[in-house]
Design a protein around this ligand. Structure first.
Ligand code: C5P
Length: 219
């Protein structure tokens, strides 16, 4: 095939964590580094795709040929993805915070003698599920990630059904694997009718293999 099989194709990738503010100096976050998503964005660009990378806070460098949009919160990430649509493919790699504090305090919260602060959490929008159920202009291929700590394939298949995305890339992020924040990944690709276990490899190789699969599918 062509060296640039994704030429003329538009792809949106979400990556990294989100930060959900508590007050001007505090936030809720998670351990996502953004590495895998950034590698995927770069690999797709190398195959000729027009890539928009919607990135939460991370220290990763922008891959060559990728248009990066920086965001902090889940709401901002969803807005940036919607603005970047339409696309042929959306790949949600970001570790979006499930909850945010209902109302960010305008001033830094103070320690007082009259007890501890009460934080009320509310649910964040599910960006992946929202795109998967679009009725007009749904991207041809919607891919989600699933970070699991047990029964990886079983949970990931259930997640695929629940979120109504086309593919799920699942990995085991339990403590001993060193995957979250590390440079290697071991994933399962779960499609409509198949599941493949890929060998443990650098996140760059996993990204290149996924980009090839996407190019194959989009034809
Ligand atoms: O439900 P869970 O967070 O495990 O699902 C993971 C998948 O859903 C990932 O692809 C993630 O990027 C996406 N997701 C999302 N918006 C959320 C939560 C998860 O896009 N609020």
């Amino acid at each position: 095939g062509s060296a640039y099989p994704l030429k003329g194709r538009k792809v949106i990738v979400t990556a990294g964590p989100t930060h959900e503010p508590i007050d001007p100096v505090r936030y809720i976050a998670n351990r996502s580094s953004g590495k895998q998503g950034f590698e995927i964005a770069g690999a797709l660009a190398r195959l000729g795709a027009d890539v928009v990378l919607v990135a939460g806070p991370t220290i990763e460098h922008t891959p060559d040929g990728v248009t990066r949009v920086d965001v902090e919160t889940a709401w901002q990430m969803q807005a940036a993805v919607r603005k970047a649509l339409p696309a042929d493919t959306v790949i949600c790699v970001a570790a979006v915070a499930d909850w945010r504090v209902d109302a960010e305090a305008e001033q830094k919260m103070k320690k007082t003698r009259d007890g501890l602060p009460n934080l009320t959490l509310v649910e964040n929008p599910d960006i992946l599920a929202g795109i998967s159920i679009m009725t007009t202009g749904r991207p041809e291929l919607v891919i989600g990630f699933a970070a699991e700590t047990e029964n990886v394939v079983e949970h990931a298949r259930a997640k695929r059904d629940r979120k109504k995305c086309d593919w799920i890339v699942a990995n085991d992020v339990s403590g001993a694997t060193g995957i979250m924040g590390g440079t290697e990944n071991q994933v399962y690709l779960i499609t409509e009718d198949s599941e493949e276990a890929w060998p443990r490899a650098g996140k760059d190789l996993v990204a290149a293999k996924l980009a090839d699969k996407i190019a194959e599918r989009l034809g």
